[in-house]
Design a protein around this ligand. Structure first.
Ligand SMILES: NC(=O)c1ccc[n+]([C@@H]2O[C@H](COP(=O)([O-])OP(=O)(O)OC[C@H]3O[C@@H](n4cnc5c(N)ncnc54)[C@H](O)[C@@H]3O)[C@@H](O)[C@H]2O)c1
Length: 254
């Protein structure tokens, strides 16, 4: 098997949908043996079957908001192909609301899913990456780490926390392990369309968002997967501790 990730083993969370799925497909096409993870057994097994035609792929079910499930996921993933080189962490939820309009349950669930899961997966995953002498962690954060959006209190806080945690891990785990965050703008996935539901006219919100990008279109999951491939590969061997925006220019749109 040839490819930019030949001989690598990658664990991809949030892999049954959106950007995680596009990243898993891209990694498999580039020769990585993949462990794809998500909560939906049927979709996960179907994905693993499809990707196995490109590269050996296994599906492990896990809810990343639960500490113990992350521990078990890393244990099984490290055993599956005898090593672990890349963690691509994509699972995420929105948890919409202003601060006073966000229930304690929504706040906790958003932080558990978007931030604590990164702590759990890296706490147990980094020692596995260290065994290979070289490893890569790629966190799917968001431009919401840098910019506020109406009714995104828990989401913005979770993504800013994810970027801070990324920088801390890059500091503590270099030079063996590179840790970076991808910070997408609006990408055409179920999560984006769910976020529009917070507004009266979801379709016009999506159209307005599209128009606000300097490139006049939403991102596609494949746009982000190409960046993830670059960051996961040796071509990015001097990049660590970076939060890289990929947003069609929307952060710069005034
Ligand atoms: N779509 C966007 O515009 C956008 C922009 C910036 C960042 N992001 C981030 O990108 C990542 C991927 O999202 P997406 O846009 O591809 O949306 P998506 O809804 O297609 O994918 C998110 C995935 O995470 C999974 N997930 C949610 N909670 C989980 C849990 N507790 N355990 C395991 N899996 C869980 C979902 O089932 C889904 O498969 C998320 O972290 C999201 O915050 C999205």
């Amino acid at each position: 098997m040839q490819g930019k990730l030949k001989d690598k083993v990658a664990l991809i969370t949030g892999a049954t949908s959106g950007m995680g799925k596009a990243i898993a497909e891209t990694f498999a096409r580039e020769g990585a043996r993949c462990i794809v993870s998500g909560r939906d057994l049927k979709r996960g097994e179907q994905l693993a079957n499809e990707l196995s035609e490109l590269s050996p792929t296994l599906f492990f079910q896990a809810d990343v908001s639960k500490a113990e499930e992350n521990k078990q996921l890393i244990k099984k993933a490290a055993q599956a192909f005898g090593r672990l080189d890349i963690l691509s962490l994509n699972a995420g939820v929105l948890g919409l609301g202003t601060v006073s309009g966000t229930s304690v349950e929504t706040w906790q669930h958003t932080i558990e899913t978007n931030l604590n899961s990164i702590f759990y997966l890296c706490k147990y995953g980094l020692p596995e990456l260290q065994k290979t002498g070289r490893g890569v962690v790629l966190i799917n954060a968001s431009i919401a780490a840098f910019k506020s959006f109406p009714q995104h209190a828990a989401y913005c806080a979770s993504k800013a926390g994810a970027v801070a945690l990324m920088k801390q891990m890059a500091l503590d785990y270099g030079p063996e392990i590179r840790v970076n965050a991808i910070c997408p703008g609006p990408v055409n996935t179920p999560l984006l369309h769910d976020s529009a539901q917070a507004f009266e006219n979801p379709e016009s919100i999506i159209a307005a968002t599209e128009a606000k990008t300097l490139l006049k279109r939403l991102g596609e999951p494949e746009d982000v997967a190409r960046l993830a491939l670059f960051l996961a590969s040796d071509e990015a061997s001097w990049i660590t501790g970076s939060a890289i925006t990929i947003d069609g220019g929307i952060l710069n749109s005034g």
